[in-house]
Ligand binder design. Sequence first.
Ligand code: ATP
Length: 368
Amino acid sequence: MASIKIDQVQKAFGKVIAVDHLDLEIKDGEFFTFLGPSGCGKTTTLRMIAGFYYPTKGMIRFGDKDMTRVPPEKRNTGMVFQNYALFPHMTVFENVAFGLRVRKISAKELKTRVQDVLRKVRLEKYSDRQVSQLSGGQQQRVALARALVIEPEILLLDEPLSNLDAKLRDEMRSEILRLKEEYKITTIYVTHDQAEALSMSDRIAVFNFGVCHQVGTPSEIYNEPANDFVASFIGEINLLPVKVERVEQDHVYVSAQFGSESRELVVHNLPYNFNPDAKGDLSISIRPEAIKVFEQQTDGTNILKGKIEKVEFFGSVINLSVNVAGLLLQVNLLNNRSNNLESGADVWVQLPEDQIRVIPVVSGDVSC
Ligand code: ATP
């Protein structure tokens, strides 16, 4: 296993800066995910770790070793590509054996190692099949076996599930986590799918336009987003532009613009929340499931009167769009069978003060 340190790395392709000012530390044995929209620099970063690209600036280390300009075959990393990059007319055995033949491993050891890894990915019965005769999920397993057979210190997975249907994706998600536990290997996983990232990772780095916006555990990223981009990329969120009016001990008082009306809201300022040194525009964020709904007028902090515009029934969950002074708030409620909410009804929503975050606006586009 190996830790990875990425220090002030930049990668430029001509005038395009694909990755900039990147600092990351990935721990030994960690399952670490690069998450972000298409074109944000995830694959470029992965390829720099694999050695297929060298950084324009900065340094990459595995443990204490400087790997910045070490060629891929001397890195001991195994990579699974998005399109698998298998040899379609070779057998499963030959595809998996390929990396060992390049490394001139003896025939006896090669056979044992290939059979062993095929057993681990549950493909031992398919050894003599041509890859072109396998299903998508089976090809995915061959690609994993081929990466693992060289016993890499680091496993690099580039959107490995994106070509599979929903059911197979679930299956392969568990399979990848099982293999990671079995091999106890440092793993970097690239995806644009936030559900995959949240459910699989020890930690996640969220990228946009070549810049890493936040590194944290899934719950940190979801509950304590660093800015409006992270908040809106991960799950559903309500964002409202605000001005900070005053800070009193552990409470921040903000004025939020609801249509033409300004309302004061109170935010319980937990340690990770409002940064008084933050410069530029600010927004508050609150998750739809954190908002409470009352059918009668109620006393309390941050209570706003609204009208239900839309009710969407999803079985276990009911999603509401509530119009508060011209601004639509998204609210998700658990279906407890006593919800009797209808479109057009007046309701009172509460934004609990410990559920609101005050965050910088970096996307320039704050809307609900
Ligand atoms: P996707 O999810 O679509 O694969 P990504 O987040 O992995 O996207 P990258 O493939 O790393 O993004 O690309 C980052 C930026 O660098 C994009 O603007 C892309 O067009 C550019 N880029 C990537 N590879 C090259 C290259 N070989 N030459 C020129 N530009 C490149």
